[in-house]
Design a protein around this ligand. Structure first.
Ligand code: SAH
Length: 242
């Protein structure tokens, strides 16, 4: 006899708790609706179709990777300054590079140009083996803090010259370079596994570059596709640029 009312009470409590959950989740992240429209209008509308990439872009709180005063602009269709004269890429470019990288769970991925850590977080949604390197120590340190705070503690962050890759962690299944190089840094293809993808903007500083995907096939780099882009320059060894 006593069991029935107790059971009812438990059910009622459960319904209340479940009923409250979506509202509570929205309170926790007021940017969720902006993120959803970013995915619909900037990514899907332009042809990003990999459901894992779209889900990653919908999950990662981009506003936490930009300076606080710019948080309300984080989901706009443009890059934003992140300090040290660097920028976080436009959401579409992050999604495109990620889709081109064809990352499966367990793949090893290197990002050259950590910046804010945003691209690394998107990659970390797809595999738990991500390495990212930035030549500017202040950016690497800040990104490492942001990634840790948000629970992406599996991402390995270091400050150093990514022109040389990360030989100790190689070979990688995918390498993404998020700064424009005048030509392919020779170490990067060497650190790519057979069948691996390398995505890099190539071209002159301050002008339009060509975001290119290469695949390593029988030890040779095969160009697969490209699109015009504009990135901040990769710091390269003296004499590399013409
Ligand atoms: N992917 C970043 C944005 C990158 S901006 C993000 O998601 O926010 C380009 C970054 O490349 C800058 O942070 C810059 O410091 C870094 N960079 C430039 N030359 C580099 C080099 N040789 N090695 C490593 N990082 C480099």
């Amino acid at each position: 006899m006593i069991i029935k009312p107790l059971g009812l009470a438990a059910c009622t409590l459960l319904v209340i708790v479940m009923g409250l959950r979506p509202a509570a989740a929205q309170d926790a992240d007021p940017y969720q609706p902006l993120r959803e429209s970013m995915v619909t209008w900037q990514l899907k509308a332009r042809g990003i179709s990999d459901s894992r990439v779209l889900a990653a872009m919908e999950r990662v709180p981009r506003h936490r990777f930009v300076p606080e005063r710019l948080a309300s602009l984080a989901y706009g269709d443009h890059p934003l300054p992140i300090g040290s004269e660097q920028t976080i890429s436009q959401p579409y470019i992050v999604a495109l590079m990620t889709e081109w990288a064809q990352i499966k769970p367990g793949d090893k991925v290197l990002e050259v140009g950590t910046g804010s850590g945003y691209q690394a977080a998107v990659l970390a949604e797809l595999t738990d083996r991500v390495w990212t390197i930035d030549i500017r120590p202040e950016l690497a340190a800040k990104a490492a803090g942001t990634l840790k705070t948000l629970g992406y503690s599996q991402v390995q962050v270091k400050s150093g010259d990514g022109y040389l890759g990360w030989p100790e962690a190689a070979p990688f299944d995918a390498i993404l370079v998020t700064a424009a190089a005048s030509r392919m840094p020779p170490a990067l293809p060497q650190q790519l596994r057979e069948g691996g993808r390398l995505i890099i903007p190539l071209g002159p500083e301050g002008r339009v570059q060509t975001l290119t995907r290469f695949r390593k096939v029988q030890g040779k780099m095969q160009e697969e596709k490209n699109v015009p882009v504009s990135f901040v320059p990769l710091v390269e060894p003296p004499g590399t640029r013409d």
